[in-house]
Design a protein around this ligand. Sequence first.
Ligand code: SF4
Ligand code: SF4
Length: 172
Amino acid sequence: MQVKRLEKRLTIAERLAIPEILKGLAFTFRIMFRKRVTRQYPEERYEAPIAAKGQPLLVENEDGTPRCVACSMCEVVCPPKAITITGGETEREIEREPEEFRIDMLRCILCGLCEEVCPKEAIVMSDRLELADFTRESLVFDKRRLLTPVSELSNRIRYTKEKYDKWHSPSS
Ligand code: SF4
Ligand code: SF4
């Protein structure tokens, strides 16, 4: 018995994919006259929104002292173990502060968990997104490089206070 062929016979235009080519060209012409979205980086800089999670930084108080109390909560919670803290005693009211505080930016995944757990709002995510250098060592930031005046980080601190609502006590 002969098997009946059910395949549709293609026209010449279909064989040459002319309808698809015309659709593609029409799409290209439509896009050509839209507003450009390409950024001419680095001449045109990117203004990161306040929600952006760039490099974590340590908050430096107005009197030049670190806000961090070396509780190590950020060190414990950091998924890739990018944070290393050596705590030390201090004569100040807070009693403890970091003698050394290192963040290995080659490990950091910019997750923001350190910022989220910190009970003192002493570490915050910044808008620094250009994290590239020529050596591995230069991307391990020490306390000196991490400490940033509170005035430069106040917008982010305000934003996280609202976002995480850390100090909200639910009414019983
Ligand atoms: S942002 Fe995430 S990965 Fe980076 S140091 Fe903080 S907790 Fe660790
Ligand atoms: S940055 Fe915050 S969570 Fe990390 S050790 Fe200092 S006080 Fe604790």
